[in-house]
Write a protein that binds this ligand. Structure first.
Ligand SMILES: NC(=O)c1ccc[n+]([C@@H]2O[C@H](COP(=O)([O-])OP(=O)(O)OC[C@H]3O[C@@H](n4cnc5c(N)ncnc54)[C@H](O)[C@@H]3O)[C@@H](O)[C@H]2O)c1
Ligand SMILES: [Zn+2]
Length: 344
C-alpha cells in the first residue's frame, strides 16, 4: 500500500493498495471511533462491494446504514441529494458520525455535496471504485450536482477526511469505463509528467494511480479554490464538455476529454504554440486503448457549446495549452476567438 498526503486547508491521506476493502475498519480506525456511519453508493457498486464494506465496519462495532441510488449521471441531481439527506436524518447521524462514498465520481460528487451541507458539514470518506474517481474526483474537494442549466453548477468545496482506493475494484470495471479513467491519467502526463504519459498502459496501475494523485495533490495544494493553477487540470475539458453535450452524453466524460486534448493540441501545434508531434502521441495513446479518435463536430459547434462553460469569465475563456509533453500553460482568449483558435 502507498500513501499520499494532501496538504489542503484540511489535510488528509490517500491510501492506495490492493485489497483495502477487506478491512476498511482498520483503514479508518485512527480517524473514527465505532459510531454511526452511512454508506452511500449506487446500485451497481453496492451490489458488488457494499456488503464487504458493511461487514468490515459492523464487525468492528460501527452502526452502519446504507443509502443506494440508481447509477448514472441522471441521478446526480438535487432530488438524489435531498433523498440522501433524508436518509441521514432518519438514521440520526450527528456531527461526530460520518458518511462513506462508495463508488465512482458520481457517488463521490453527490455524497461529498451532501456531506458538505448536512448539519453544515460532516466528515466523509471517499472509497473510489472507478479509475477516474481514484485519480481525479475523489481528491481535491470539489463536490456537486447537475442542474437543468448544466453540469456541476450547484456544489461546494468539501475535502474528504480520507481516500481509500482499492485497485482490485478496477477488475470489475467495464473496459470503456476503465479507459475513460485512462484519458484523465494521460491528461496528468501531458500537463505535468511526460514519463507518466508513456508509462500508462505499461506500468503497474497502483503506481500510475499514485503518480496521478500526487500531481493532483500538488496542484490543489497550491490553488485549493480554483483561482489559477488548478485550471491546468481542465486540459481537454473545455472542448471535452462540448463533445459530451454534442454527443448527447453518448461519449463519456473521460473519452470526450481525451478528444478535447487531441483537438486542443493539434490547434496549438498549428499555431506554433506546441512542440510538433505531441498530438500524434496523444492520438496513438488513445487508439491503443481502442478509443475512437474521429471527431465529427465542427469548430463552430465545439465553440458554441464552450460558451456555456462555467470556467468562462465574462467574455473570456482560459485555455490550457500544451507547450511540450509534461508542460502546459494557461492562456486566456476572448470567447469570440475560440472557434478560429481551434479551426484547423
Ligand atoms: N469532483 C471532481 O473533481 C470531479 C473530477 C472529475 C469528474 N467528476 C465527476 O465524476 C463523474 C464521473 O465519474 P465516473 O466516471 O467514475 O462515473 P460513475 O460514477 O458513473 O461510474 C461509472 C459507472 O461504473 C459503475 N462502477 C463504478 N465502479 C465500478 C466497479 N468497480 N465495477 C463495476 N462497475 C463500477 C457505476 O455504477 C457507473 O455505472 C462525473 O459526474 C464527473 O462530473 C468530478
Ligand atoms: Zn475530467
Amino acid at each position: 500500500m502507498k500513501n499520499i498526503n494532501v496538504k489542503t486547508s484540511k489535510p488528509y491521506e490517500v491510501r492506495v493498495g490492493k485489497g483495502l476493502l477487506e478491512n476498511i475498519a482498520r483503514e479508518i480506525s485512527d480517524l473514527k471511533k465505532p459510531e454511526k456511519c452511512m454508506i452511500i453508493s449506487d446500485d451497481i457498486v453496492f451490489s458488488l462491494y457494499g456488503e464487504r464494506v458493511k461487514k468490515s465496519l459492523t464487525e468492528a462495532g460501527y452502526t452502519v446504514y446504507e443509502a443506494v441510488f440508481p447509477h448514472g449521471e441522471e441521478s446526480k441531481n438535487m432530488e438524489t441529494a435531498l433523498s440522501l439527506l433524508t436518509a441521514c436524518f432518519e438514521a440520526g447521524l450527528t456531527r461526530s458520525d460520518f458518511i462513506i462514498a462508495l463508488g465512482g465520481g458520481i457517488v463521490g460528487d453527490v455524497c461529498g455535496f451532501v456531506s458538505s451541507i448536512y448539519l453544515r458539514g460532516i466528515d466523509f470518506i471517499q472509497i473510489p471504485t472507478t479509475l477516474l474517481a481514484a485519480i481525479d474526483s475523489s481528491v481535491g474537494g470539489k463536490t456537486g450536482v447537475n442542474t437543468d442549466y448544466g453540469k456541476n453548477l450547484i456544489g461546494a468545496f468539501h475535502q474528504p477526511v480520507r481516500v481509500l482506493c482499492d485497485t482490485d475494484t478496477f477488475n470489475t470495471l467495464p473496459y470503456d469505463i476503465y479507459t475513460a479513467g485512462i484519458c484523465e491519467a494521460l491528461k496528468y502526463g501531458v500537463i505535468r509528467d511526460g514519463d507518466l504519459f508513456y508509462a500508462i498502459g505499461n506500468g503497474d496501475i497502483e503506481d500510475i494511480v499514485c503518480r496521478c494523485v500526487q500531481i493532483k495533490a500538488d496542484i490543489v495544494e497550491n490553488d485549493e479554490f480554483d483561482h489559477g493553477e488548478r485550471q491546468l487540470l481542465n486540459f481537454g475539458h473545455t472542448l471535452g464538455h462540448s463533445i459530451e453535450a454534442l454527443s448527447n452524453f453518448e461519449i463519456s466524460h473521460g473519452h470526450a476529454v481525451g478528444l478535447g486534448m487531441l483537438i486542443m493540441t493539434r490547434a496549438c501545434e498549428n499555431r506554433g504554440l506546441c512542440e510538433k508531434g505531441i498530438s500524434n502521441e496523444i492520438e496513438k495513446a488513445l487508439k491503443s486503448f481502442e478509443i475512437d479518435t474521429d471527431i465529427s463536430y465542427t469548430a463552430k459547434e465545439l465553440a458554441s457549446f464552450a460558451m456555456s462553460d462555467k470556467k468562462r469569465k465574462g467574455n473570456k475563456i482560459t485555455l490550457v495549452i500544451p507547450e511540450k509533453m509534461g508542460k502546459c500553460v494557461l492562456h486566456t482568449i476572448s470567447t469570440d476567438n475560440l472557434e478560429e483558435f481551434i479551426s484547423l
